[in-house]
Structures are given as structure tokens and as C-alpha cells.
Design a protein. Sequence first.
Length: 458
Amino acid sequence: MTDLTTLLEVGGPVAALGGGAAYARAKHPGVYWSTVGLPISTARLLSSYGSVMEACGLTVAPSQLRMLAVKAATRREVRPVPPRRGIIRPTSTGLRLRLRLAPGQEPADVAASAERLRHAWGVHAVYVTTVKPGVVELRLVGFDVLRQVRMPRKLDAGFLQVPVALREDAMPFIRDYRTVPHQLTLGATLSGKSMYLRHLIAGLAPHPVALVGIDCKRGVELAPFAARLSALATDPEQAAELLPALVKEMEDRYDLIKARQGIAPDTPVEEITSDIWGLPESERPVPLVLFVDEVAELFLVATRKDEERRDEMVTQLIRLAQLGRAAGIYLEVCGQRFGAELGKGATMLRAQLTGRVCHRVNDEASAKMALGDIAPEAVSAACAIAPECPGLAVAGDTSGGWSRIRTPYLSLSDAAAACRESAHLVPDVPALKPFLPEVAVRPVASPALAVESRPATG
């Protein structure tokens, strides 16, 4: 009886501790990793590093000098040599360590064994990146960081760089307009595409840029951000007037570049290779980001007159995509589907959009429209996104690289508040003044909305 009582006294705290660990692992994976998972995985890695490398085929025969030294000193069997391991650096989401590859090895050898390393060391995933010739970094992720997205606290994002989502390797996904000037974002209803767009606009709001929107759904997506927009078109008729103004603004910027650099005035725009970043800061026009929500609405036609207007708008969009980068004009094109069935010019426009982000779509053909021409292996990953995972997407670019990302939650009110706080940063772009949106102002004494025109700010 005494032994049973003692067992119960000892087993109670142990069971409570085990239950607490299980709860933390399910509900607070970050806490579980820091307290339990990190020590266990580190111990596994240190104790089994050599044997795991050998089982994965990542060891090489030792040099003759090493063999002679070992036999002379210990007379024991000389084992194959694994890659030299660097210092283990723990993080809030996993571990990092660098490996110096043995002669004859390449990073692809380590990347091919990533799944085996994951199981051997008890982590969620292992990613391999090349640091420099002969050195790779292993990034071990301890848990599924996309299940509960927590963006890193310290983000090194510069001008025209927006940390908009978290990648599956626990690194931030940064939308860099200087590197990837134009992007296509696809996603079905409730897939998280609008949340992605909110993060982009709220992230760009504090930057000295002009934000322009085309939202043919009567402005329901972009109108809440009107306080920070320099122009807004809410139907195809307004878009047909706004796009020529943007093309004219682009041509004026090219004229400015030619005048500054001494290029002949009759030089075709297509032959000018410089950009606005070569101009003095005092003469440089502000960058301009054009958001096109539900691009298919620009392609839909009902009459022959609408068809002519559609052809003109598509031609202007293609010109902006082909030539806008050097003039500091960047495109964010969003929609549910985007392919040849939309009409003439759709495929040509898509080919100019370097970045691709595909949220959950309704069919495989839509995923192929976004990713099939740049990363065919990413199509299956996009098709596997479940409806209960809004914000999850596959991001790629024309280099062929891709990764799974997820956007954290951002309420519409918070995004709109960020735009209102940055309303004083709306630049003065004379070509866009006719399209300056009206801003809804809520009086303190009355719940009714009063709409008034907002003056342009310098």
C-alpha cells in the first residue's frame, strides 16, 4: 500500500507535466519548441551526427595522412569522414548550423538527404542553402510555422520592400519591387488574396510612393484605403481613362531621363536602358505602384464598343508592364483566373509579370496559369492547399524557385487605419489629380458618413 501511494505521488506530477507538454505542442508550438523540442533535437544532433551523415551517404574516405595518424595513435579502424560541422545556433523556430563540404561533395547531395535528416533529428523540416563555395547552411525548423503565423520581430526591410508573409522555412517573404517589379496574384474566393493585398498596401503606405488602384468591383476592395491612394478607378470606364494617364506619366518620365542623360529626343523608349534611380534625388519622380484587383473585369466585353475599349486597356497594361520598371512604375495584378481564355493580350501580359503568388484555386488549370510556365513542380503544391487554410499560397518567380508562404491576419480596419495615418505622404502627381479618390469622413457627432473630396497633398 505504501508503494502504491508513493507511485501515485510521483506519477501525478509526471502526468501533469506530460499533459502540459502535449497541450503546449498543440496550442503553443513555439513555447514547446523552446522548452522541450530544442534541447531534445540538439542532443539528437550532437550524439548521432557522424552516424546519420554516414547513413545518408554524406561521408567520404579519409585522407592518407589522416589514416596514418589515426592508426599510429589509436590503432583503431578509420571511419569515413562527415562534413565538418560548425556551431549550432538555436532560434525561436529551429536550429541553424553550417557544414563545410568534403572534397567531391556538392550542395545537392545534402539537399537530397534533407528528408532523412528531418526524421533522424526529430524536426519538422530541413532546408539547405548555399553560403559560399564549399559551405552550406542547414536550417532546421522545429514545427509547422505556417499553422500559426508569427512574423519575426526584427525585419531588415528597406525602401520598396514589404514583409508580407512568412515562408515555410521560417524566413519572411519580402515583396521587393526593385528586384521583382511586377507580380501576378491568383486565388479563389476566401483564399486569402485580399489579405495579401491589404498587407502590401499597408506596408507601402509609410513609403514615399504613389499608390494607384483599379478595382472594378465598385471599389469594395480598395476604397477603404482611399486616404492613401493617389488615384482610384472603380469601373472599366474609369479604368479606361486612368490607364492612358499612367502611360503618359511613364512617357514623361522617360523624357526626363533622356533630358538628364543627354539622350537624343527621338530615341525610342524601348532603347533606353537607364531608369529613374540614376537621376538626382531632387529630380527623381516618386515610384508608383498600380494595384489591379480582379483583372478579369477589364477583359470582359458585352458589345463591340466594349471590345475596342478592352483592347486599348490591355495594350496600355502591357506597355506599363514592359516599360514601367525603368520609369519607377510597378504592377500588382490580382484575379481568380488569368489565362488565354480572357481574350487577346492576356498571355502576353502574364509573361511580363515576373513574380507569381498562387493561393487556393478552384481547378488545376488556374494553378498552371500562375506557376506552370515558371515552376511546374509548384503546381501540385498549389492544388493541395486546403480551404481551411486561408492565406496559404505558393510564391515563385521566373528563376524557377518557389516556396510555400502564409500571410498573417490583418483586419480591414487596421489596414485602413494605417493608410489614414500615412495620408500626408500622398505625393503630388499632377497627371493623377483628376482621379484622386473621395475620402469618407465619419463625423464625431453623427454616425452617418459624410463624403468630401480630399485635396492633393504635397
